[in-house]
Design a protein around this ligand. Structure first.
Ligand SMILES: Cc1ncc(COP(=O)(O)O)c(C=O)c1O
Length: 424
């Protein structure tokens, strides 16, 4: 059955379509933190941030169905709901960020953010880290590191070394914040030398795709000083940490104590309904609106707005941010009690965990973690891996993930580790 689907995908969608796991899972139903495949096997979802408030949350389903039955239109008609949403969403943000452009994907949001930085500064140079992913438009994919763009990276793009707890930039954890800022300063100088100038730095404030390194609040303070002194903009890609996932704060940049000029959001916003946004101060928005005649046919349409509003309601009513903080502390303790010779570091940022395996304290045990992921899938637990070396287990469940789910996962992980060959 699954084999047939894979072949059919290839025939109809072409080769090399990414799927998770060596035997891709054919999910047919979801509820809360649980998923079921076509054979009726149940999985605990320890991975997905798109169903932020839980798979098929009845309030989001009702909001989407209700609005779809009343009206869904192009976004160039007037409608209250998108405005209500932007008002409620921007009320969660400081730093003068009070306006939004609604889009359909995080990639589009980041593409706009790059253009905003260019519109404000009149410059084109852009900086990101060298182990990141910010999306798949032509411009944003220039910042991705997994597959270099055909013809090489655009000459106005610079990638600086990503922070790393085990292999710190500059050689020491204590000096890493300044070393990172120094790399950004050097990249800005180079962009200026080459005539591009510097428009902005795009970062995920928890460095999720980079491997979720442990960083202290204030880590980006020296970098923000460098960026500001050069007249550039700080762009916080909150696609992964936003909407309360990190537990301590609603937004990742607030945990770090930086004031972004632009915030981008996506995946978790509407529990799977495709909507995303760019949030900015009015002066930044005005510069963009003056420079580009932008509209987005679907972004923030009435159905999307209804889904977005319902997600905000559920996060608040079900106290999911507080749940993230509580379950984070509990699961981190349980993960830190795991025993395996290759287990090197365990860290968390709210309901987002990284469990890193190395062969000698620094060398990534990528194949081992690949096998571990497969072993957990076979046991009914969906998770995956992150990091430059693909050697970090990535655990990032829907927000209603509870203590009982944390126990199930920790027990399964220890069982999978016990059953694994020690060195691979
Ligand atoms: C940090 C980050 N930014 C942006 C994106 C792109 O979002 P989308 O797939 O909705 O275009 C992703 C997707 O994985 C992401 O992880």
């Amino acid at each position: 059955m699954t084999e047939t689907l894979i072949e059919r995908r290839t025939r109809l969608m072409g080769p090399n379509i990414p799927t998770f796991y060596r035997t891709p899972v054919h999910i047919v139903r979801g509820q809360g933190v649980w998923l079921w495949d076509a054979d009726g096997k149940r999985y605990l979802d320890c991975y997905n941030n798109v169903p932020h408030v839980g798979h098929c949350h009845p309030r989001v389903v009702a909001a989407i169905a209700g609005q779809a039955a009343i009206l869904n239109t192009h976004t160039r008609y007037l409608h209250d709901d998108v405005l209500d949403y932007i008002e409620r969403l921007t009320a969660t943000l400081d730093h003068g960020i009070s306006q939004a452009i609604m889009t359909c994907t995080g990639s589009e949001a980041n593409d706009i953010a790059l253009r905003m930085a260019q519109a404000v500064t009149g410059k084109t140079g852009i900086i990101a880290t060298d182990a990141t992913y910010h999306g798949n438009t032509m411009a944003v994919s220039q910042l991705s590191t997994r597959r270099p763009p055909i013809g090489g990276r655009w000459p106005n793009v610079r990638l600086v070394p990503a922070p790393d707890g085990l292999r710190p930039v500059g050689g020491s954890v204590a000096g890493q914040a300044q070393a990172f800022a120094d790399h950004v300063a050097a990249a800005i100088a180079d962009l200026n030398d080459k005539g591009f100038g510097f428009s902005g730095l795009m970062l995920c404030p928890v460095f999720a795709n980079e491997g979720l390194p442990s960083i202290e609040p204030g880590f980006l303070t020296p970098t923000a000083l460098v960026v500001r002194a050069a007249g550039g903009l700080m762009i916080s890609d909150e696609v992964q940490p936003g909407f309360g996932r990190i537990g301590s704060h609603f937004w990742g940049h607030d945990a770090l104590g930086i004031a972004p000029d632009i915030v981008t959001i996506g995946k978790p916003m509407a529990n799977g309904h495709p909507v995303a946004a760019v949030l900015a101060r009015p002066d930044v928005m005005a510069a963009f609106r003056d420079a580009f005649g932008y509209f987005n046919t679907f972004g923030g349409n009435p159905v999307s707005a209804a889904a977005c509003l319902a997600v905000l309601d559920v996060i608040g009513d079900e106290e999911l941010q507080a749940n993230a903080a509580r379950v984070s502390a509990y699961l981190l303790d349980r993960l830190r009690a795991l025993r395996h010779p290759l287990l090197t570091d365990t860290r968390a940022s709210g309901l987002f965990f990284g469990v890193e395996f190395t062969t000698d304290g620094v060398t990534p045990a990528a194949e081992f973690v690949g096998d571990l992921v497969e072993s957990l899938v076979a046991r009914g637990f969906l998770l995956n891996r992150i990091g430059r070396g693909s050697n970090i287990l990535k655990i990032r469940p829907p927000m209603p993930f509870g203590i009982e789910h944390a126990d199930l996962l920790a027990d399964a992980l220890q069982a999978a580790l016990d059953a694994s060959p020690i060195n691979k």
